[in-house]
Ligand binder design. Sequence first.
Ligand SMILES: Cc1cc2nc3c(=O)[nH]c(=O)nc-3n(C[C@H](O)[C@H](O)[C@H](O)COP(=O)(O)OP(=O)(O)OC[C@H]3O[C@@H](n4cnc5c(N)ncnc54)[C@H](O)[C@@H]3O)c2cc1C
Length: 355
Amino acid sequence: MREFDYVIIGGGCAGLSLAYELEINNKLKNKTLAIIETRKEYKRDKTWSFWKVFDHNFEDCVIKSWNNFTVNTSDSSYELKNKNFPYQSIDSEKFYRKINYILSANSNISFFKNINEINSENSLIFNSIFKGALDKSEMWQHFQGIEIETAKDIFDDEIINLMDFNCDQRNDLHFFYTLPFKKNKALIETTWLSDLEDQSLMDYDLQLENYIKNNLGIKSYKINFTEKGAIPLFYPSFKNDERTINIGSAGGMTRLSTGYTFLNIQEHSKEIMKNIDNIEKVKKFNLGKKYQFLDKVFLQVLKKHPEKMPMIFFKMFKSPSNTVIKFLSNKSNIFEDIYIISKMPKLIFIKALFS
Ligand SMILES: Cc1cc2nc3c(=O)[nH]c(=O)nc-3n(C[C@H](O)[C@H](O)[C@H](O)COP(=O)(O)OP(=O)(O)OC[C@H]3O[C@@H](n4cnc5c(N)ncnc54)[C@H](O)[C@@H]3O)c2cc1C
């Protein structure tokens, strides 16, 4: 069986981002790489959105960028503008096509469906898949989005609606998210933060239909694309051997308070590429202890007081836009952290801290 210097398990966002980063930085000229991926074909399956707080490799896969966003509760709406850090959406199909095209030109890179097809005994392994089933009773961000197209121009395509809490909360945390790609085309998502045991929250089709009709006042539209997902808002612990480094969601690249992962994956890929010969350094990479701590407290509050969360998010966004974006993108300094913390209701956060 063939041996490889590097093996990437899972050719999704993290696996392909890492392979691309290694390839464009000439780290695969004299090294071999096997990518183990079970999917039959690459097609559009996700829309990755984030605030562009640093440059990344996929500007040509961006569907649209925005500088303005709103947050709504049932009785208020607040708009933020930011020219420094645009909010961007990436089309996963363009991302997969771009990377696979580049990788296919290097004969040192091979794809396999199963790790048993190769000899990985002496390889350095980058793993992006979870081992075993994840705990459904923990906190998850679960959602369904549809890209709709209307005959007439309906949307203001300069403003995204990041969180609209003006909807049924059902004792959990629920909001809608609207990304207007054009005046007649938008991705609309229904998003829940809850455990995954309550099936009654998963009537996503009906939630979207009602929201589009009653809140957005849109009577007729066609659906171009549907995406559905569940992001664990916890870090499942699973041990790997010394030669394996976890990447992507399985590698702790998800920000637990928000579910944002894409840009963290890009940063992690760069770090691995730079230190591919010093793997002990790579193993120390994480999103920052302070964010892990703050997100843990935040999720405690969410579990205990989901009904207070719309107000808490709303207050947080009533901060200077640079501050809130940097905080949510794990790029804030100590003064910005203190500013955001000062916006939080003190008593329930202190109680969560000691619970
Ligand atoms: C629908 C959706 C939308 C999201 N939107 C955003 C967003 O807007 N912004 C953001 O920052 N984050 C977002 N995320 C979170 C995160 O960015 C994505 O989940 C991202 O794809 C994580 O990358 P990954 O490589 O860890 O996992 P994946 O991209 O899921 O890659 C894992 C790969 O492993 C493969 N695989 C599975 N089992 C095996 C096996 N046994 N052997 C080999 N291969 C296997 C899968 O086919 C897959 O290709 C979203 C997640 C989902 C599900």
